[in-house]
Design a protein around this ligand. Structure first.
Ligand SMILES: Cc1cc2nc3c(=O)[nH]c(=O)nc-3n(C[C@H](O)[C@H](O)[C@H](O)COP(=O)(O)OP(=O)(O)OC[C@H]3O[C@@H](n4cnc5c(N)ncnc54)[C@H](O)[C@@H]3O)c2cc1C
Length: 283
């Protein structure tokens, strides 16, 4: 692997300057937990880095009608400490599994989303909560649903000069039961072999509505809508949900890599649904 030399870091004074520096070829730098690792390994070789981590326009956690707007440079730890996150328990469950405390203090939600890793842990609650990605660039602002922003592993809809400004996270209706679990090969600093996040709305002991999102079992985080529909009217009983878990295992599209085989990931995906059913209250 090639080792690259030192790379210059430029500090723009505002978002407009940041965007024009990125347009010129600079790579945004927020917490640096991915950028520094990959530049040091020679995997990335940007002409220069544009430090956006302290731009005030990217730093707020603002309550808005029906949800919360989270600046792209807000760290996982800041979001976990925010009283607003208490209203989004599935987000808290997922963020608290990211890296170790030091990584959560440095790493940002915008960096995690821009990475577009199928194993990115914040992506799962953002898909579940049907968040939107607010972008700012040379042609102004635009907003995309998460599913349209993430195009594949490491691929996003970012245009030249565009930066993620914030994430719009709507509060879900009612009080759905939240679930998040990632399975990895170690207890600490786990990169998911497979992960499942879910929201279940129950009425009279059966599922009235369900949203599922899986990580590391397809090129992007996956919302298996057929399985969400199949769960309607069913109680959260692992015995009864076995056929639906098998359907989920068939539906995912994982790869084999150094962490796990595709067959193992398929099995884990189905088992995670049964685990959710076993752990959550049934009424
Ligand atoms: C030891 C270790 C453990 C980790 N564990 C986990 C884990 O458990 N789960 C997990 O999901 N991740 C994990 N990560 C990965 C990483 O910490 C997260 O992806 C983090 O959220 C990245 O945020 P950052 O601010 O550090 O990004 P940076 O490293 O600053 O940037 C990452 C990428 O995003 C781009 N970018 C950053 N901000 C923006 C923006 N506002 N607009 C456009 N592009 C932007 C950068 O140009 C770069 O391409 C781990 C990393 C390490 C080193």
């Amino acid at each position: 692997m090639r080792k690259s030399g030192p790379v210059e870091i430029v500090r723009p004074k505002d978002l407009r300057e940041a965007s024009s520096l990125v347009r010129e070829g600079g790579m945004p730098l927020a917490g640096g937990t991915d950028v520094f690792v990959r530049v040091r390994k020679g995997l990335w070789d940007p002409p220069f880095l544009v430090y956006i981590g302290e731009l005030p326009q990217l730093r707020g956690i603002e309550p808005r009608e029906g949800g919360v707007e989270v600046g792209a440079a807000v760290t996982h730890a800041e979001l976990l400490r925010s009283p607003l996150a208490a209203q989004l328990p599935v987000l808290r469950l997922a963020l608290s599994t990211i890296g170790a405390p030091a990584i959560r203090e440095m790493g940002t939600i915008g960096g995690n989303v821009a990475n577009a890793s199928p194993a990115g842990d914040s992506l799962i609650p953002l898909y579940l909560l049907e968040a939107r990605v607010n972008l700012v660039g040379p042609e102004g602002e635009r907003s995309l649903p998460m599913e349209d922003f993430i195009l594949g592993p490491g691929k996003t809809a970012l245009r030249p000069g565009e930066i993620i400004r914030s994430l719009w996270i709507p509060f879900p209706e009612g009080k759905p039961l939240p679930y998040f679990r990632k399975v990895g090969r170690r207890r600490a600093l786990v990169i998911a072999v497979a992960s499942l996040g879910a929201l279940f709305w129950l009425r009279d002991g059966v599922v009235e509505k369900a949203r599922l999102a899986l990580g590391s079992v397809a090129p992007t985080v996956l919302r298996p809508r057929e399985v969400e529909k199949a769960l309607l009217g069913k109680p959260l009983d692992p015995g009864l949900l076995r056929p639906i878990a098998d359907e989920l295992s068939r539906l995912v599209n994982p790869i084999s890599d150094i962490r796990a085989t595709a067959a193992y990931r398929r099995r884990v995906a189905g088992n995670l649904l049964l685990d959710a059913a076993a752990r959550l209250p049934r009424a």
